[in-house]
Write a protein that binds this ligand. Structure first.
Ligand SMILES: *Cc1c(COP(=O)(O)O)cnc(C)c1O
Length: 482
């Protein structure tokens, strides 16, 4: 039996693009990395980019643009009102989603602001498969409450469920019966569910949710920010989608929704966002808010150059070769780490690779921030910058004690089409080394702890001298420099 691989046929990582512009990177020696992370208060948000070798903090606004996107930016038509660029973007959005009306906004959370302000009232309940940080805050600020209706598999770190983002239909029926449809302004489905590891939602599940919503006269809203990854997984994991084109799957999904919004920092691989609907009345109700909060109706806070790039980005979002890079590279990342028995979230999802810190550094108490400690250790040994998605990202309990997060994860985002396979392999090898030496990793404690959103700007220090010991062992194994 031959072991020759067939790559595209097996959905293995293979670049369907070539690199024509490069940006030089910097890999500091390990002593300087140790100094940099200490200066940054052990918080990767506070590192400077020149101290980072591979920036895996986020996939938001960091995706690579295509030559066609860059070319289109040069023909942008700058005007406050009525720019030709807007009409090109509007046409691209209408074609992609198949809906009539489009409102531009400067990014995803701005859409959430407009939608929450227009639709959510005091005491309302918004059922969703899983929350996103900014979404939840906007709903709460209107006096509404979020109900997460994820299925059990969603929060299990290891699973073979291909669609962990699916909504639990029994829970949806139950919540509608409990609070009444008049208190539910919309049901929200987040495609490529971000906070549980970029996990997709099946077309079949959206269909079922849509039926329930229709029966009760409730609108169905899609957060399509991570739609390209979701579409890729529909195509390769969902039997009924195998013979459909990406454009057909996209249309089948959006036909089931009443309201769709997206961050073009992800979907569209540029910068911006927007809301699409078919209902004229709803459109008119929301459109008055755009000039107040975003900008005039023909730019919504976006630069015309970015709008041209988003228009092309949406066209390219229906090309499997342009959207496969992320999920396939993440799957390869996962395969390498699994070959070293490193605990990760499975199945591999979109947007990034997720490590299970609770298992990786289980010897560190939860109150000393397992995932945050691991993020700092990864930066020290590799120069790669990840993001903590665990206890440190939670708000404390009312009595001042730590609220230990349900999932204690480290996210290594793979901005789309940005990194090469050898860079992925490099980080995976360093993490494997770290796993072998995990007993050397210790906890962190706050030295400056902001009252809200502490993970963004809080500063921490190592509990003891474990970081120096880690560096000493690293040098023993690899020598002085890298
Ligand atoms: C990133 C993201 C948002 C917010 O988008 P921004 O453009 O960063 O404001 C909303 N929802 C999901 C699912 C996201 O991943």
């Amino acid at each position: 039996m031959s072991n020759i691989k067939f790559f595209k046929e097996e959905n293995l990582a293979l670049e369907m693009h070539k690199v024509r512009i490069v940006q030089k990177l910097n890999l500091l020696p390990i002593d300087e990395r140790l100094r940099a992370i200490k200066e940054a208060g052990n918080n990767t948000f506070l590192l400077r980019n020149k101290e980072v070798y591979l920036d895996m903090l986020t996939d938001s606004g960091t995706n690579a643009m295509s030559d066609r996107q860059l070319g289109a930016m040069m023909i942008a038509d700058d005007s406050y009102a009525g720019s030709e660029t807007f009409y090109r973007l509007e046409a691209a959005v209408q074609k992609f989603f198949g809906k009539k009306y489009f409102l531009p906004a400067h990014q995803g959370r701005a859409c959430e602001h407009i939608l929450a302000k227009s639709l959510v009232k005091e005491g309302d309940v918004v059922p969703m498969n899983y929350h996103f940080t900014t979404t939840k805050t906007h709903i709460n600020m209107q006096g509404g409450r979020v109900e997460e209706l994820y299925k059990e598999e969603a929060v299990k770190t290891t699973s073979s469920d291909p669609f962990k983002g699916d909504m639990d239909l029994n829970k949806l029926n139950a919540i509608i019966a409990e609070v009444g449809s008049e208190h539910i302004p919309f049901v929200r489905i987040e495609l490529g569910t971000n906070l549980i590891g970029g996990q997709p939602v099946s077309l079949s599940n959206i269909e079922e949710v849509s039926k329930i919503c229709k029966k009760h006269g409730i609108r169905l809203m899609l957060d399509a920010s991570l739609m390209t990854d979701n579409l890729y997984f529909n195509k390769v994991r969902e039997e009924r989608c195998k013979d459909m084109s990406i454009a057909e799957i996209a249309r089948a999904i959006s036909d089931l929704a009443d309201i769709i919004y997206f961050s073009a920092r992800k979907l569209g691989s540029a910068k911006g966002g927007g809301i699409v609907v078919n209902e004229k009345e709803l459109f008119d109700q929301m459109k008055v808010l755009i000039p107040i909060y975003e900008g005039f109706l023909t730019y919504g806070g976006m630069s015309t150059r970015e709008m041209e790039a988003v228009a092309i980005g949406l066209e390219e979002a229906t090309d499997i070769d342009m959207i496969s890079h992320g999920p396939e590279f993440i799957a390869e990342f996962a395969r390498i780490l699994q070959s070293y028995n490193v605990p990760i979230v499975t199945p591999a999802g979109g947007l990034g690779l997720h490590l299970n810190a609770r298992e990786f550094v289980g010897h560190i108490p939860g109150e000393k921030y397992q995932a945050a400690s691991l993020v700092a250790a990864i930066y020290i040994v590799s120069g790669a910058r990840g993001m903590e998605r665990g206890t440190l990202s939670e708000e404390k309990n009312a009595d001042g004690s730590e609220h230990i997060a349900e999932c204690e994860l480290v996210r290594l985002a793979l901005p789309r089409r940005v990194f090469t396979l050898s860079q992925v392999r490099f980080v995976a090898d360093r993490i494997a080394w770290l796993y072998e030496n995990r007993h050397l990793i210790g906890g962190l404690k706050f030295v400056e702890e902001p009252a809200v959103m502490r993970f963004f700007i809080g500063r921490l220090e190592a509990d003891g001298d474990w970081q120096e010991k880690l560096v000493a062992k690293f040098k023993e194994d690899f020598g002085e420099s890298l």
